[in-house]
Design a protein around this ligand. Structure first.
Ligand SMILES: Cc1cc2nc3c(=O)[nH]c(=O)nc-3n(C[C@H](O)[C@H](O)[C@H](O)COP(=O)(O)OP(=O)(O)OC[C@H]3O[C@@H](n4cnc5c(N)ncnc54)[C@H](O)[C@@H]3O)c2cc1C
Length: 455
């Protein structure tokens, strides 16, 4: 009598370097490859529109890979605790395996593991989606790091990340498990005009991720020292692929170490330290599961951020503030579901400091529109810009978008690309005075008593 293994795919939509799948194959029983669309469990943050667009395509790609191995993706929707338990009894599963996640949803995984093990089901979780699991990197006093540099130094001082696992060549499938239809989930946006151009820029799925890494290592990495210049292709654009786990950080780590070209080699350490920022922010989310709703520094709960109507945010959403670098960034986001890191910092600073709008409203817009919207990186970075996060930029450091543009887009190529009407009569006047609004932000900061806020 077979005792199938369920492999529960989550933020790891790949078949290579997939420890849970690897274990299931070694177990030797037929495999149910499950993706569960859970928008009901309280610990799950419902996906934004761009993430749904991506997920739809990534699931199609995963299903294709699984079919090539003789299996297929089984789709189910509903709250994880109930839906997984029901599937386990439906297929008579003897085991279930998944790769670990580290945000609020780990409470679901803990409950399920205990519940299933109590029923005699062999439930296993695996280390897959980070290089270093959060509880393994602590200070001498066994506390979580609050500052990136010592955190990353500590990561690098131990054993290097393990080698990626091999890609399976065949999967023993369970016959006749019913699957929902992907189209029923309506992941595709209702209003196609903003999403129409996303596919010009991205190929969701494991092949797209590997192609992206390959191209970056071949040409982009040698330019990575210019990663702050939004007008050139100097960064990897791997963020949505990492977010959905179409490639693992172990694969990125080891392939990056294999480059031989001297200009590229010179940037390996810097590039991997950005992967380190991803690790750090996941670590922060592990410590603060409510990262998208609560200031890490509670003193900022008193800060007089405004919570205006959507209509007041429209110029920022649409890239019509009259500040060229801000508008170019917001247009890049609308057109591609992505924004260059330097410009993310500038647009976010403009919202939370010059416009004095609560970071959560900006975070929500990015959450909806970014293809790489990530439950750790997005709120973690917003809190970093707003000054209320871990190892954050100090509140009194206000990015000046004009100075930033002169410095990082000196020939205007980025602004011209996303803002064709820049410099014509069609381009709007600025919605605010940069100097005056900076002063207002700093006074608000002083009024909330500077000292506890900087601590
Ligand atoms: C306001 C704001 C919001 C952000 N929201 C997100 C988000 O939702 N998802 C997201 O993945 N990143 C987010 N970032 C971080 C960063 O902007 C993106 O990771 C980066 O721009 C992705 O481009 P890339 O893949 O070409 O980066 P590369 O420079 O090629 O970096 C490689 C990888 O390292 C990681 N990384 C790079 N920079 C950072 C960083 N500062 N913090 C954490 N990880 C980093 C990403 O996984 C990235 O793919 C945000 C930054 C800001 C300022």
């Amino acid at each position: 009598m077979p005792s199938p293994t369920i492999v529960w795919f989550r933020d790891d939509l790949r078949i290579s370097d997939h420890p849970a799948l690897h274990w299931a194959i070694e177990r030797g029983e037929p495999i149910v490859a499950l993706y569960l669309f859970d928008q009901h469990s309280p610990e799950i943050r419902p996906l934004g529109s761009a993430s749904k667009w991506w997920l739809h395509r990534s699931l199609l790609a995963l299903d294709t890979s699984l079919r090539e191995l003789g299996s297929a993706l089984t789709l189910r929707s509903g709250p994880a605790r109930e839906t997984i338990a029901a599937l386990v009894s439906e297929v008579g599963a003897g085991a279930i395996a998944w790769n670990r996640r580290y945000g609020a949803s780990r409470a679901i995984d803990q409950d399920l593991k205990a519940q299933l093990r109590a029923q005699g089901v062999d439930a296993h979780s695996f280390h897959a989606n980070v290089l270093f699991e959060p509880w393994t990197i602590t200070t001498k006093d066994d506390k979580p790091f609050q500052v990136f540099t010592p955190f990353w130094r500590s990561c690098l001082s131990g054993e290097p990340p393990r080698q990626p696992l091999s890609t399976p060549t065949a999967l023993p499938a369970v016959e006749s498990v019913e699957s929902e239809q992907l189209a029923e989930w309506a992941l595709e946006p209702d209003s196609p005009e903003w999403s129409a151009s996303l596919s010009d820029h991205w190929t969701p799925g494991e092949d797209g991720a590997n192609d992206r890494l390959g191209a970056f290592l071949e040409t982009g990495l040698a330019l990575y020292h210019r990663r702050d210049e939004p007008g050139i292709d100097a960064t990897s654009m791997l963020s949505p692929h990492l977010r959905f786990g179409e490639i693992s950080p172990h694969q990125v780590w080891h392939q990056t170490h294999q480059v031989t070209q001297p200009d590229a080699r010179a940037n390996v350490e810097k590039f991997l330290s950005e992967i380190g920022w991803r690790e750090f922010t996941i670590n922060v989310a592990y410590q603060h599961p409510q990262l998208h709703t609560q200031n890490i520094k509670p003193a900022f709960d008193q800060f007089p951020w405004r919570w205006p109507e959507n209509s007041e945010l429209e110029p920022w959403h649409r890239g019509l503030t009259g500040i060229p670098l801000v508008d170019a960034g917001m247009r890049q986001l609308l057109r591609t579901g992505y924004m260059h890191n330097r410009v993310r910092m500038v647009t976010a600073s403009f919202l939370v400091k010059n416009m004095l709008v609560h970071w959560r409203l900006g975070e929500q817009w990015f959450w909806d529109r970014l293809v790489d919207a990530d439950e750790a990186n997005n709120p973690g970075s917003w809190q970093w810009v707003a000054g209320c996060g871990t190892d954050a930029a100090p509140y009194f450091r206000v990015f000046n978008p004009v100075v930033q543009a002169d410095r990082f887009d000196p020939d205007g190529s980025y602004r011209r690309k996303w803002l064709p009407e820049w410099g014509t009569d069609d381009y709007p006047d600025p919605i605010l005075d940069l100097k005056e609004s900076r002063g207002r932000a700093l006074s608000a900061f002083d009024a909330t008593k500077a000292s506890p806020l900087t601590g």
